[in-house]
Write a protein that binds this ligand. Sequence first.
Ligand code: NI
Length: 388
Amino acid sequence: MSIDPRILALQEEVAGWRRDFHAHPELGYEVHRTAGIVATKLREFGCDEVTEGIGKTGVVGIIHGKNGPGGRVVGLRADMDALPIEEETNLPHRSKISGKMHACGHDGHTAMLLGAAKHLAETRDFAGTVAVIFQPAEEGGAGGKAMVDDGLMDRWNIREVYGMHNMPGIPTGHIAVRPGPIMAAADQFVIRIEGRGAHAATPHLGVDPVVVGAHIVAALQSIASRNADPLKAVVVSTTMFHAGTAFNIIPQRAELTGTVRTLELGMRDLAEKRLTEIATGTAKMFGAVATVEYERGYPATINHPRETAEAVTIAKRLFGSAAVDAEVAPMMGGEDFSYMLEARPGAYLFIGNGDTAGLHHPAYDFNDSALPHGIQLWAEIARSRTAA
Ligand code: NI
């Protein structure tokens, strides 16, 4: 492990920023306080350019290296938004805002990238230009897409882009990554079943949408077990089943809602097709009618092989081979850094958060001892890739 003493000296200051962000969580695009602090700090650090309002509330800082403007531009991205969860910790820096919490560690990501920006703006010991990217609305709002749609990549001629997310269960100081898909496509579906209402005592006079829905929920599991190649991943989860108003009424209609997660486009197409066929076919079998609304959400996050290999080499050089898992299993969660990786080559990495509560858990807290490792990795990716 080799952490630059100048970065170690930043740790307490960066941890202070992190705890302040943690105490003041903001949701979605409403990250006004956080984005304001980010922009103010980037200006204080002497960034050559600071632009607010990219993708509504995103912030971009530009830091030129020793040769001034020009050269390769490498993007480093952090997310700023929190989650609508009530925090259940007694930490001194626990959320001051009821019902909102930094339960995914985006407070840590923001502070860590700010630390890297401060270090890079001070040292300027690299060839090209670094773009530090702070995005809103990762948790479901597609803030990454909003920034790309707002011209993020073209406006600053960004050539490569990297993202980093903390991961509980991986030791601090360790990095995990893989080439190819690392996070899943996250789609949503709503199935509306129209039956025929009746008295609960006379089912023969109605068409029961609850029974139809129950068959659909069960049959949807055959997509993974019978339609998908057993070596390829697909998750179908029906998470809401709404019907009925009283114990003695067969309702007129029922509604099922859920999510489909896949790592490859072929599987995504297959799951959408089979889900629609199973829902409509099952309903027809019982004399009901089902309509399916299928909405494609974040695409799979697919790491580019060359840039992933470069990041692995850098991480191993910094932290040692034993601290770098270059073939971590993909996760079936969604991540909107996927849109940035569709726009430019790059990689999305996990940084160990140690033995903490899991992501999105009310007792979760970002591990400040991971900060120097993350700042060091950001700085080395910047130095190495701007010189490529
Ligand atoms: Ni997250």
